[in-house]
Design a protein around this ligand. Sequence first.
Ligand code: AMP
Length: 194
Amino acid sequence: MKRICVYCGSNAGGREEYLAAAVKLGEALAAQNLELIYGGASVGLMGAIADTVLEHGGRVIGIIPHHLKNEVAHHHLSELHVVDNMHQRKKMMLDLADGMIAMPGGFGTLEEIFEAVTWGQLRLHVKPCGLLNICGYYDSLIAFLKHAVAEKFIRAEHLALLPVSQDPLALLQSFRDFKPPATGKWFSNAGMDL
Ligand code: AMP
């Protein structure tokens, strides 16, 4: 494992614990010699984690679309790639990374991590994804995913595609131990296994 992609809020959120967690994850990445791949912005939790990795001597690769570059790009990264659109950005982030973590964030963060998990479920990649659940931010989302399992839209085994932890070190360790689930995605129409 060489590079970890972090999806997180372009805002800092309403609790200081979110920023503290971005710092803690950034320190862990630098200490473990893991490069940070992220959306290339200087704002919110995104800027905080990038600054922390750089301050601790780590490498940060940002990938930002043209239309956001002038507004929010971080100008002191190890590498900044400017791409044509959001689709190219997400593909490049995922291609470069060996694992993807979502910290607290909004629509952008949710969209990114769910795309990564969806592609993993379809075996378009076999890279681990995880939720860094700071202050229970993702508790109600996790409860909803269990509801989707109970309603047979998600296989129980596939919840393992998205391990959850409040501790960055534990999440990184779970990535090192990750084995992709062997079960296919689909149920039959009656909710039985195919
Ligand atoms: P959000 O969670 O809605 O704040 O969106 C943050 C996530 O979406 C990040 O992981 C970025 O990759 C992407 N993103 C959304 N807005 C921006 C922005 N203004 N600058 C850079 N990336 C953004």
